[in-house]
Design a protein around this ligand. Sequence first.
Ligand code: TXD
Length: 312
Amino acid sequence: MQIQDYRSPKVTVIGTGNVGGMLAQRIAKENLADVVLCDIVQGKPQGIALDLAQAHCISNHDRRIIGTNDYSDTSDSDVIVITAGLPRKEGMSRNDLLKINAGIVKNVVEQAIALSPNAILLVITNPLDVMTYLAWQVSGLPPQRVIGMAGVLDAARFRTFIAMELRLSTSDIYATVLGGHGDLMVPIPRLSTVNGVPITDLLSEEAIARLVERTRNGGAEIVKLLQNGSAYFAPSAAAYTMVETIISDRHRIFPAAAYLDGEYGLKDIFMGVPIHLGRQGAEKIVELQLSDTELAALHSSAASVKANINLL
Ligand code: TXD
């Protein structure tokens, strides 16, 4: 390859709020890709892009950052991240956001995909699994090129609570969380380990039940504390890890909302399962051997996601 043929990877982030802004900052700081920030509010993406550009010389990065309200600036993106939409307020469930965010996601996906037909679509807007399904339908993309980010965050929350309970570093803890990104998500203690040892061997049933419940309510706990808005440091870190894995074609295994076509006995639904993630998107679905109870919990979670898909 001649050097002039080299083109920087390009990531568009639609929705320049807390998660989108923080994600753009991470991408730029790691010199991963050029970033286009796109929002409906005039001036907001331009202001954030300018602010980030002024951090270049201090934090030593030199990727291009563009803020825009015009989709033509997003053309030929390699990855499009959708964070546009409303976040939860205290007392709201993720499903309360369904109608309003569906209108936003439909609109932004239509505009963005028309100009970047080869992109991978990473959806972050809630209710996550339903918005990912909608984005897939509107985009017309093959299902493996549409992915929802939630499992990396939910697993990080479970890992954090396990680490806090055992007074250990999160680095030595692996957690498995499946299912929809909602109250019925399915943390799997049997497949959550500390240096290979299942937490079921290390913690009492009561402690595990408490940590599982805290993980399920991990988002709501932060919404309540913040009183205005929802979590964004861990969500943007989770989204960054997925974007980096796609751009760098690393073939890592992550839990993410992916299209199921019979896997786990589920069909025509996007929901959290482990996937092989790379430059082609969700390159493979990993089918874990689940117990009857775990599988039943996964199916209840799926039923709740399906009910919301049907509401659309
Ligand atoms: O794990 C996960 N998937 C999540 C999801 C973790 C955290 C946040 N989660 C959801 O992401 C949250 O419930 C929201 O639905 C989205 C975005 O959360 P964020 O905290 O970033 O919300 P903000 O700060 O309100 O930002 C939303 C931005 C804001 O700048 C709006 O102006 C913009 O979205 N917006 C739009 N941009 C483009 N086009 C349209 N139509 C539009 N409407 C709003």
